[in-house]
Design a protein around this ligand. Structure first.
Ligand SMILES: Nc1ccn([C@@H]2O[C@H](COP(=O)(O)OP(=O)(O)OP(=O)(O)O)[C@@H](O)[C@H]2O)c(=O)n1
Ligand SMILES: C[C@](O)(CO)[C@H](O)COP(=O)(O)O
Length: 249
């Protein structure tokens, strides 16, 4: 598997999440959300470095609360920007040219699995650019925001919901970010910039369980998934063998 750097943007304002605690820093089944996302990467032999992007206002608090988690890892803190793509750009500037691939993974997608990461990194190594996504399952409606009235139904054939990781050749991503000023539409994911360069981005089937924590309900869902996974692991363990009369197995 190709070596790759990982950018974990965690510098957003969590406005849809609400509350005092930003969503990457809340505890999810005993561990911070951002840590669950980052450790799935930094435990891998094929990861060169993990760049954790944190808002300047959160930096000191992050170091005080979570700095010990970064010890003995290949993680580095990077300053975030006001937009997600600015946060990614700040980290991308730190990735050496010698690193062939860069994965960008939302800090608030803590349920990503090694199998999903393997699949999307393998595809990016073959095609230059790949991302996880799931086909839209619900009917999509266009809604007028001031009246909440439906103004149309969006054809969903061929429509997929983007996830992360999104993985790219480092040179393509650097070129795309250098050219991002030419885009006049909101930039909500990194693949959009690669598409604008004219490179094909390959979609790799993700999982509905690799969802982004956006609202409080998502946190509750993520907690339930983790508890269900833990219960399944306990069930899959061989039953402890009883000792015989002589205390022998
Ligand atoms: N300026 C930003 C905006 C977002 N992010 C990160 O990008 C990921 C996906 O963004 P999103 O879910 O939109 O997070 P927020 O921007 O915090 O959410 P909201 O739009 O509700 O404020 C999150 O891990 C978020 O921390 C970031 O690093 N820098
Ligand atoms: C990158 C992303 O998670 C792909 O679905 C999404 O675009 C992030 O958007 P957000 O508004 O920054 O959450």
């Amino acid at each position: 598997m190709s070596q790759f750097a990982v950018i974990i943007p965690a510098a957003g304002q969590s406005s849809r999440f609400g509350g005092a605690e930003k969503k990457p820093f809340v505890t999810l089944d005993g561990r911070p959300v951002w840590l669950r996302s980052a450790e799935t990467f930094w435990s891998r032999d094929d990861v060169s470095k993990v760049y954790i992007v944190v808002a300047p206002a959160d930096r000191d608090d992050f170091r005080a609360r979570f700095g010990h988690h970064l010890a003995f890892t290949n993680a580095e803190l990077v300053e975030g920007g006001s937009e997600r793509f600015e946060s990614v750009a700040n980290a991308l500037a730190r990735v050496p040219e010698s690193v062939p691939l860069v994965a960008v993974h939302d800090a608030v997608r803590p349920l990503v699995t090694p199998a999903l990461i393997n699949a999307v990194v393998q595809s990016a190594a073959e095609h230059g650019a790949a991302m996880l996504a799931v086909p839209v399952a619900d009917t999509l409606k266009q809604v007028e925001p001031t009246t909440n009235r439906i103004t149309g139904t969006v054809p969903r054939a061929g429509v997929w919901q983007a996830q992360t990781p999104q993985v790219f050749r480092r040179d393509w991503l650097a070129e795309a970010y250098a050219a991002r000023g030419r885009l006049t539409v909101p930039i909500t994911d990194d693949a959009q910039l690669i598409e604008a360069l004219g490179h094909a981005v390959v979609v790799v089937p993700g999982s509905p369980l690799n969802f982004k924590i956006t609202t409080r309900d998502d946190l509750e869902l993520a907690d339930a998934v983790l508890k269900a996974r833990a219960a399944r692991r306990r069930e899959d363990q061989p039953a402890a063998r009883p000792f015989d009369d002589e205390g022998q197995w």
